[in-house]
Design a protein around this ligand. Structure first.
Ligand code: AMP
Length: 422
């Protein structure tokens, strides 16, 4: 196979030969023609496979050839998990773009450094941006750039993006992008959370080297157990007694619930601890160390606190309270089934959360059979709409928590919702 058979333009072929590449790697052979045809791509790709050039070469060509493309108007957005990868990817693309007939502005945006130089760099616009998700949102909020004109989105190392806790940010970014766009999705591994994100994002993608990988993926069994809201702690205790689960991560909606449920479990003789955003870094580290060392069996956590928890052997994740959004669901279940092990994700469903869970299932093209546990069959079957304390599922799916000051993310969510409706 040679580069000249893949549909690349003379300018791009020139760049390739200057770079010293003689033949395309397998992922380049498979991905380049698909990307040039405008298709979405879902590819299994490790570092070292040549994945960067696999998406960068055809995207540079599309960028140059796009009839409606105006100079310095953002065309391509590449999301990466780390500062190092942002810098490295931008540098690789700049090299490949050197042979372009027009000069392209390529910006690398990442956190951990002052935002000001990046804001300056974006003055006058950019054609292609490589960014980490958090800093990108910060820059959008500062009005340093808009992503409303993006024609091609790349998620590079999608598994690491989710592992590093970027599920929320990716959700917000997707909502701010134009609906009509090309999506390229690269990941080294495909645990269920990565699959779920790919299913949400991609439109009939060309699948590259996925099949072989899928067979080796650990299965996450997703279960939905019906139980009355008032009996969830009892059911949790029952499940802990009946099952031989080493560690369990229990998700709740509020700090209060985390404290309260952990305390109830402790009183029942279970080694439980709460984990929420008001803990100092020192306290967090201590609780996590205890959980890892199995001094704590059940960690009762809020979403914010659970970000970035990386524990290889986490067999069970339990949604005591359902997550607010479908993206949070992905993020939560991604805590289990890591490092090639299988896992279980259980959601407690009561009459007032059934509709909300159905929406989560719909977003993920998922259908969980509803289970009931003997002795815990629900008796409450209907909920009066508008009853106090019952939020409508749609409010709940993307909205903020009631009574809480709006966070930056909530504001961005609202802006995204306005953009997508207006
Ligand atoms: P990546 O997997 O994108 O991180 O690329 C790994 C390394 O392979 C980089 O140093 C690239 O410059 C190099 N590379 C990419 N494509 C080719 C190719 N077709 N021939 C030789 N080296 C390549």
């Amino acid at each position: 196979m040679s580069f000249s058979n893949l549909g690349l333009s003379p300018a791009i072929l020139q760049a390739i030969s200057e770079r010293g590449y003689t033949a395309p790697t397998p992922i380049q052979t498979a991905a380049i023609p698909e990307i040039l045809r405008g298709n979405d791509v879902l590819a299994a790709a490790q570092t070292g496979s040549g994945k960067t050039a696999a998406f960068a070469l055809p995207l540079l060509q599309l960028l140059q050839d796009g009839p409606s493309q105006k100079p310095r108007r953002l065309h391509t957005l590449i999301l990466v998990p780390t500062r190092e990868l942002a810098q490295q990817t931008a540098a690789a693309i700049r090299t490949l773009a050197q042979a372009s007939p027009q000069s392209l502005k390529i910006a690398a945006l990442f956190g951990g450094v002052s935002i000001n130089p990046q804001m300056m760099d974006l003055r006058g616009g950019a054609d292609l941006v490589v960014a980490t998700p958090g800093r990108l949102l910060d820059l959008i909020e500062h009005k340093a750039l808009s992503i409303a004109t993006v024609a091609a989105l790349v998620l590079d190392e999608a598994d690491r993006l989710l592992d590093m806790g970027f599920a929320d940010e990716i959700g917000l970014i997707l909502a701010l992008l134009p609906k009509q766009r090309q999506n390229l999705f690269f990941s080294a591994t495909f645990p269920p959370a990565v699959h779920a994100l790919a299913a949400r994002m991609l439109h009939q993608p060309a699948r590259i080297a996925i099949a072989a990988l899928e067979q080796n993926q650990p299965a996450i069994q997703q279960r939905a157990i019906q139980v009355d809201a008032g009996r969830r702690t009892q059911l949790l205790r029952h499940l802990l007694r009946e099952n031989n689960w080493g560690r369990v991560l229990v998700f709740v909606a509020t700090k209060y619930a985390a404290e309260h449920i952990a305390e109830k479990l402790q009183r029942a003789g279970i080694k439980a601890a709460a984990f929420h955003g008001e803990f100092s870094q020192g306290a967090r580290d201590e609780v996590l160390a205890d959980f890892k060392a199995s001094k704590v069996q059940v960690l009762v956590a809020t979403d914010v606190a659970a970000r970035g928890i990386d524990i290889a052997q986490l067999p069970v994740v339990l949604n005591y309270d359902l997550p607010r959004s479908a993206v949070d669901y992905t993020h939560r279940i991604g805590r289990t089934g890591r490092a090639g092990r299988s896992g279980i994700a259980i959601s407690f469903i009561s009459a007032d959360t059934e509709a909300h869970f159905r929406l989560i299932e719909k977003r993920h093209h998922l259908k969980c059979e509803r289970e009931q546990i003997a002795g815990f069959e629900p008796v409450v079957t209907t909920v009066a709409t508008g009853a106090p304390g019952v939020e409508s599922p749609t409010d709940n799916l993307n909205g903020g928590i009631k009574g809480k000051r709006k966070s930056k993310k909530d504001k961005l969510r609202e802006a995204a919702a306005r953009d997508s409706t207006g």
